[in-house]
Design a protein around this ligand. Structure first.
Ligand code: ACO
Length: 489
């Protein structure tokens, strides 16, 4: 991959965006139908009611550092990238194991062999939004006067676990790494962003000794939908200005982009969100895409958005009317979310990866506009978009990006299913050992995917040590004091 670290050689960067994407999820999952039985809830609540089929989870062998190490090294290796080519590294996470030391600083161990320590960026936190803030920071750096010609790397990752009760089934775990730079195959649409930021206690983590959040489930859904309305309004208004300038009179609507990808706490909320965007379009009289007349919508012409968050009639009417849009433009992006669960900061980017993977070829992906909605409780949210380039020839960066995600379903299928009893025991173990020092993890390492970093020890000073499951016959160790050791086995 070309990258120059000669700042004098740089030109003003154009077409800044995402060049490569890597997705990591744990190698084990619990089946949601089996979890319904185990939890004693009515059959269909998690699977049909919330739209989840499987939930990935980690044993005590994995933490946020190991998830980030795994996904970064995988991205670097698969793209044949040099660590010297990276000038900024941003991490977005809400899985906090240290109140001071960043995950980014742990990742710097991977850079040691290259001698590159000139890498800006640290961690960003705000529930599920930290990854988006990290990504926007990375884009801004490449577009700024501080850019030195190198790539930015963004890592989003979380272990989403809830106390026993109705929220537990909406957990998950995983990480996504994204390489950002100029002349990218997925280019950020300039000036097209709508944000909504507001104070709310919908989901937060005030108990620093626990992994679990305090969550007001109903309020969190209301906040999510409210943020969606607000972001869509700002995004659409900016898009309308751009469209007018381009001579397009038809206002922006659900029909104007090829894909809509959402932060996904659970898939049913995303299906409702597409219905909600149609409700917005309908109120704003931006629904010329509804070819046949939908008389059933007429009663809702004058509804106020803020009165409808839990109005089942409005919800079901617009979910039904938007079914075709949802199936074509959003459902395929739920591949990872439905089979892994909520990955918090990584959720919307697991959606982006799934969306890219839906296209059967780079030629099909070429020119597609993808709108993303990122939401983090507390709350911070942004709607933004990117467009795939038209360069789909073999060997192009678009073809490479597309090809790199072809194996997503196979990797999901290669995971190991464990019984809900084992999942429950694992959650208890994580509860009891979270923040214990000294501590030696007991989880099995046999079933981890090759190339996964895992925790081997927490010493009496809370320093963590990691090893990597061999990819090709070599075990790598991170000693915890910053020295990387490679041992041939
Ligand atoms: N068959 C089919 N559907 C069923 C069944 C069944 N047997 N039983 C229940 N359902 C449906 C319900 O009707 C409901 O659907 P609806 O909302 O479309 O009416 C759905 O399943 C869920 O049932 P509820 O009773 O509403 O679920 P509960 O209140 O127990 O928990 C909740 C759901 C609030 C989402 C909980 O899991 C939670 O708090 N999760 C974490 C918070 C969260 O994810 N918030 C989202 C934004 S913030 C973030 O990203 C973390």
């Amino acid at each position: 991959m070309p990258a120059s670290n000669d700042p004098t050689a740089k030109a003003w960067p154009e077409n800044v965006g995402i060049i490569a994407v890597e997705v990591y999820f744990p190698s084990q999952y619990v089946d949601q139908t089996e979890l319904e039985k185990f939890d004693g809830v009515s059959a269909g609540k998690y699977t049909i009611g919330l739209g989840q089929s499987k939930m990935g989870f980690c044993s005590d062998r994995e933490d946020i550092n190991s998830l980030a190490l795994t996904v970064v090294q995988r991205l670097v290796e698969r793209n044949d990238l040099s660590y010297t080519a990276i000038g900024r590294l941003e991490v977005g996470t809400e899985t906090i194991i240290d109140k001071s030391k960043s995950v980014k600083s742990v990742l710097m161990q991977l850079f040691e062999g290259s001698g590159n320590t000139d890498v800006e960026g640290v961690d960003t936190t705000n529930a599920c939004y930290g990854g988006t803030s990290a990504l926007l920071n990375a884009v801004h750096w490449v577009e700024s006067s501080a850019w030195d010609g190198r790539y930015a790397l963004v890592v989003c990752g979380d272990i989403a676990v809830y106390a026993t009760g109705n929220a537990r089934c909406t957990g998950g775990a995983g990480a996504v790494a994204m390489l950002v730079g100029p002349n990218a195959p997925l280019v950020f649409d300039q000036g097209l962003r709508g944000s909504h930021m507001q104070h709310a206690y919908d989901f937060y983590k005030p108990n620093l000794s626990s992994e679990y959040p305090v969550v007001d489930g109903k309020l969190s859904i209301q906040c999510y939908l409210h943020a969606l309305d607000k972001c869509y309004k700002v995004y659409s208004s900016k898009a309308n200005t751009a469209r007018k300038n381009a001579g397009i009179s038809e206002p922006f609507s659900l029909s104007s982009a090829d894909d809509f990808v959402f932060h996904t706490p659970f898939c049913k909320l995303v299906q409702k969100s597409v219905g909600r965007l149609m409700l917005n379009d309908f109120i704003n009289e931006s629904t010329p895409y509804l070819e046949s007349k939908h008389d059933e919508l007429d009663a809702y012409r004058d509804v106020k958005l803020e009165d409808t968050y839990f109005d089942k009639q409005v919800e079901s009417t617009f979910v039904k009317a938007s079914k075709d849009m949802y199936s074509r433009k959003t459902l395929p992006s739920l591949k990872v979310a439905s089979q892994v669960g909520n990955m918090y900061t990584a959720s919307v980017y697991g959606g982006l990866a799934s969306c890219i993977a839906k296209y059967s070829s780079a030629a099909e992906l070429a020119g597609k506009k993808i709108v993303l909605f990122s939401y983090g409780s507390g709350l911070a949210s942004t709607m933004f978009s990117m467009t795939a380039t038209d360069d789909y020839y073999e060997g192009s960066s678009l073809a490479k990006l597309h090809d790199s995600l072809k194996g997503l379903q196979d990797r999901l299928d290669s995971r190991i299913k464990v019984q809900p009893e084992t999942f429950d025991k694992t959650m208890k173990l994580r509860e009891e050992t979270h923040h214990l020092a000294p501590y030696t993890p007991v989880g099995n390492t046999e079933n981890l995917f090759n190339g996964t970093w895992y925790l081997t020890e927490v010493d009496e000073m809370h320093r963590r040590k990691y090893e990597r499951k061999p990819v090709t016959g070599a075990t790598e160790k991170l000693s915890g004091n910053g020295v990387q050791v490679k041992e041939l086995i």
